[in-house]
Ligand binder design. Structure first.
Ligand code: ATP
Length: 454
């Protein structure tokens, strides 16, 4: 059974080194978390699963890694400087500050229940920076609040470097920063987080077709690559569309407290390329864009056959990597009662997501003969290049199995005295706890098959 509450996963994350509170020894900092030894691996494996699906499995999407700090003008013309805000209200009684659209009851304070609430005011979510000695405290740059805009302004660079016919996309994974009013839900809402976003550029008349296509592709990825059951996912169209959107909705996951957003899919029309392009008058821009006298480049596309020059539409898929990791952990977290009445916690991750791919365990501690064989197996597994392999030399096999169950290691290989006689080892499977004896020569192939779920 998956985790019943987020607290189950929070406790496991701390105990086993997935996620720590940021700046913990100084009392923490709201909305910032540090990822520990196994958290970095799980995040990397989720990123890789996304990158594989977006870049390596297709021929129409290019990768990009843009700077996190950007010129203020990017965020002026994207509309963020004037309108990337949340409605902030304050309780006159207890002083609590809340995001109005996320309150349980908009007339009552979430903290003390008072009905004395201020009128909402727009609260800017971008984190401003003062860069360079001459700035002297004046905001002249921003930390990006999303990856998308930094992709749009590179549209021409990428297209010139690697020509494509429409439709084609640009994918980017990286950090984003938002001065959220109330960070909450562990890593669900943070002030520093990570996004995996893909912008797909299409002919305006084909927008609906590709919007539907990406809804399907992304849903299938959540199921097949991350292992989230179909019934725990749903697609919810936005009731109120943002001014730039023609169609939009969220992939939502059934968190213990209810369905909530993990990825957005948006038809952003020609708003973004239109906003950042120079010579806007030369194009028929459908979206309502701000006049741009600062851009130095036309972000348009020339049809090689017809010579027609126009601004493509954008279909965007925007996933939060931290939210994906949280959903994956909640789903994989399993508490089982064993035959002897004891219980165990096991993280039933898809094997390719597991932070440690295999653990090699000599049955007794510091027995040179056993350790030598264990080291040989460890080294041959490392050569497979499948990720982290661990050797456990503590001699406490029960404790080792428990630890590797909790971090989701798909397979443990135990070297014992019988190994010295017949060259076989015990292979223990995480989910079933079944043990089998196999020849040392077969270990690598067997582990590889397990990781690839063959
Ligand atoms: P929300 O409505 O939850 O504030 P959003 O609609 O503003 O999110 P997008 O701008 O579409 O989010 O960002 C794409 C994805 O980035 C979201 O689906 C989510 O997974 C992730 N994300 C957004 N804000 C945060 C945050 N503060 N902390 C962690 N992940 C976030």
């Amino acid at each position: 059974m998956p985790a019943k509450t987020i607290n189950d996963v929070v406790a496991l994350c701390k105990r086993r080194g997935f996620i720590f509170t940021g700046s913990e020894i100084y009392g923490g900092l709201g909305g910032a978390y540090d990822y520990g030894p196994y958290g970095v691996e799980l995040m990397k494996n989720i990123r890789n699963a996304w990158w594989n699906a977006m870049i390596y499995s297709r021929n129409d999407i290019e990768g990009l890694d843009a700077a996190l700090i950007s010129n203020r003008l990017l965020w002026k013309y994207s509309g963020h400087e004037s309108s990337f805000s949340d409605p902030l209200v304050e309780c006159k009684k207890c002083g609590a500050r809340m995001r109005q659209d996320k309150m349980k009851d908009q007339k009552k304070c979430d903290n003390c229940g008072s009905t004395e609430i201020t009128e909402p005011r727009a609260y800017q979510l971008m984190m401003g920076l003062s860069i360079g000695a001459t700035a002297d405290g004046i905001i002249n740059a921003y930390l990006r609040p999303e990856t998308a805009t930094t992709t749009y302004v590179n549209f021409k660079n990428v297209l010139d470097a690697k020509p494509h016919k429409l439709p084609f996309g640009i994918a980017q994974i990286g950090k984003a920063f938002r001065n959220e009013i109330s960070p909450r839900g562990f890593v669900f809402r943070m002030r520093e987080f990570e996004q995996a976003e893909m912008q797909y550029f299409v002919r305006p008349e084909e927008d609906q077709k590709y919007f539907e296509m990406w809804k399907e592709i992304r849903r299938a990825w959540w199921i097949n690559s991350l292992g989230i059951p179909a019934e725990k996912l749903r697609f919810t169209p936005h009731e109120k569309l943002a001014h730039y959107a023609k169609a939009a909705g969220d992939i939502e996951y059934a968190f213990p407290d209810g369905f909530d957003e993990v990825e957005g899919i948006h038809n952003r029309q020609d708003f973004d390329l239109g906003s950042h392009t120079k010579a806007q008058d030369e194009f028929k821009i459908h979206a309502n864009v701000m006049e741009n006298k600062d851009s130095t480049t036309k972000l348009s596309y020339s049809d090689p056959q017809t010579g027609e020059n126009f601004i493509p539409y954008v279909i965007e898929t925007a996933m939060g990597v931290n939210r994906a990791m949280l959903a994956v952990m909640l789903e994989a977290y399993t508490e089982e009662t064993l035959q002897d009445g004891k219980s165990r916690i096991v993280l039933k991750l898809k094997p390719w997501l597991a932070p440690v791919k295999a653990a090699v365990i000599p049955l007794a501690r510091n027995v040179p003969e056993l350790l030598t064989i264990a080291n040989d197996i460890e080294n041959s597994l490392r050569k497979l290049n499948i990720g982290r392999i661990e050797l456990e030399n503590s001699g406490n096999i029960g404790k080792n199995y428990r630890r590797h169950d909790e971090i989701g290691t798909p397979v443990c290989i135990t070297v014992d005295h019988q190994t010295l006689e017949d060259n076989t080892v015990t292979l223990r499977h995480r989910d079933t706890m079944k043990q089998e004896r196999i020849n040392i020569a077969d270990v690598s192939k067997t582990v590889l098959d397990i990781i690839n779920e063959k």
